[in-house]
Each structure stands twice: as structure tokens, then as C-alpha cells.
Design a protein around this ligand. Structure first.
Ligand SMILES: [Zn+2]
Ligand SMILES: [Zn+2]
Ligand SMILES: [Zn+2]
Length: 110
């Protein structure tokens, strides 16, 4: 309580311009989408989970090659492993609703 201050015209402190310079610029467009093409899912399950006896929570479809693997929320995280092996950065959630695409490089939905 009573900490609110600096609302007057002279209350602003000098800004440090170099901090703005080093701030990472996030591009609006994900250029990894250039690698995305119409793909046919290679399977209906995560084959690696099947081989290892794991239970995937959700599946994702690699939009570069059609590889199907489990999401980061699954114990196997095989979609991430596929990205690390292949640099296929963008995959899509396999869901009944509208699909969400995710770019591992940009670490956001694209
Ligand atoms: Zn990207
Ligand atoms: Zn898996
Ligand atoms: Zn792939």
C-alpha cells in the first residue's frame, strides 16, 4: 500500500536503448512453413510408442514427411525426437477439431 507513485510528468525514468536492441525479434511469419507440403500420414499410431509399449497422450503429424509421433505431453515425446533427427520443424496436432500447427524452431503455433 502507498507504493503507487511516479504518475507526474517527471516521474518517468530514463530508458536504456541497448536493451531494446538485444531483445529478440520474433518474426511474424514462420518460414519453416515453406517446408510444409500436403502429406499423407504414414501411420495411425506412434510406431515408436507401439514398439516401446508407451501410451501416447496425443499424436502429431509431421507436415514435411507425414511421420506420425506422439506429442510433448506424451511420455515418449517422439514428435520432438523426430524434429531433432530430421529438422522437420512444423507438425500438426491430429485432432478431431481444427488442427493446430506447431513450429519447434519458433516454439509457437504457426
Ligand atoms: Zn518456424
Ligand atoms: Zn511416441
Ligand atoms: Zn518429418
Amino acid at each position: 500500500m502507498g507504493l503507487a507513485r511516479g504518475s507526474g510528468p517527471n516521474g518517468s525514468r530514463p530508458r536504456y536503448g541497448h536493451l531494446d536492441a538485444v531483445r529478440t525479434v520474433v518474426p511474424l511469419r514462420c518460414d519453416h512453413l515453406d517446408a510444409v507440403r500436403p502429406v499423407v500420414p504414414q501411420s495411425e499410431v506412434c510406431e515408436q510408442c507401439k514398439a516401446e509399449g508407451l501410451d501416447p497422450v496425443a499424436l502429431r503429424l509431421c507436415l514435411s514427411c507425414g511421420w506420425v509421433a506422439c506429442s510433448d505431453g506424451s511420455p515418449g515425446r517422439h514428435a520432438r525426437a523426430h524434429y531433432e533427427e530430421t529438422d522437420h520443424a512444423v507438425n500438426a496436432e491430429i485432432a478431431t477439431g481444427p488442427a493446430t500447427r506447431w513450429c519447434y524452431v519458433h516454439q509457437r503455433a504457426v
